[in-house]
Design a protein. Structure first.
Length: 138
């Protein structure tokens, strides 16, 4: 499985906000983009997704920017990946709306993909933003 660039950027932006949130700071889009080396126009779309999913709040105007909408211990990696819309089944037959594979009646390996997907989602759900070690940044 490959984690999309969009998901990676979303997690990095949220990690950045977690670090700033601990200091009570609001972060501008450009600040996040520069600090995390993410193209600002791409980050703007990602932050829109995160805002729509109630993971971040935005404040307009002078001194505006982004903050976390919830405590870091209440936001999972899965929440972030779900918010940016990049998690779609590990294999074609597990993708949303494609659960009726033509080989389903005779497929002996589907159970492997289902268990792997369930394990992956469970792991992503168990990792919270508060679990990330922000002191490890260069």
């Amino acid at each position: 499985m490959k984690i999309s660039t969009k998901s990676q950027y979303g997690l990095r932006a949220m990690s950045y906000l977690t670090e700033k949130n601990e200091k009570g700071k609001v972060s501008s889009l450009n600040e996040i983009a520069e600090a995390e080396n993410i193209p600002a126009d791409y980050l703007e779309k990602i932050m829109g997704n995160l805002r729509e999913s109630n993971l971040v709040e935005s404040k307009k105007g002078a001194g505006g920017g982004y903050t976390l909408a919830r405590k870091p211990k209440k936001i999972s990696v899965k929440d972030i990946i779900d918010a940016v819309g990049e998690m779609e089944g590990l294999v074609e037959c597990l993708k949303e709306g494609k659960r009726n594979c033509k080989y389903e009646k005779h497929c002996v390996v589907k159970v492997v993909w289902e268990k792997l997907e369930k394990s992956l989602y469970s792991t992503l759900e168990s990792i919270k933003l508060s679990d990330l070690d922000h002191s490890n940044k260069n």
